[in-house]
Design a protein. Structure first.
Length: 94
């Protein structure tokens, strides 16, 4: 599911050289754009995805990597909802 969207991580390495990791971009570019826009929207408003984004930021991830981690969580959530045929429910934790 991540590879289809082109958001799967890749590492460029050869011998002892190990380059930077980045997303593969081999997937559907339109889906990647939609997922990216959705991620920016869910991070902007209160909810579990915003909390997850800021938790990853507190762990020391740069902005773009925290957004990518949130996008991965969003894709996994959408895929699980499609497989189980359920609707998204936000549970408030007091």
């Amino acid at each position: 599911m991540l590879a289809f969207a082109g958001l799967d991580p890749t590492t460029h390495q050869s011998g002892k050289f190990e380059g930077m990791s980045m997303i593969s971009r081999r997937g559907n570019r339109h889906l990647r754009k939609v997922i990216s826009n959705m991620t920016f929207c869910v991070v902007r408003y209160a909810g579990p995805f915003r909390d997850y984004f800021f938790r990853r930021k507190r762990e020391g991830l740069p902005f773009r990597k925290a957004i990518l981690a949130t996008a991965h969580k969003l894709i996994r959530t959408i895929f699980a909802m499609l497989n189980s045929g359920t609707h998204y429910k936000v549970t408030e934790v007091a």
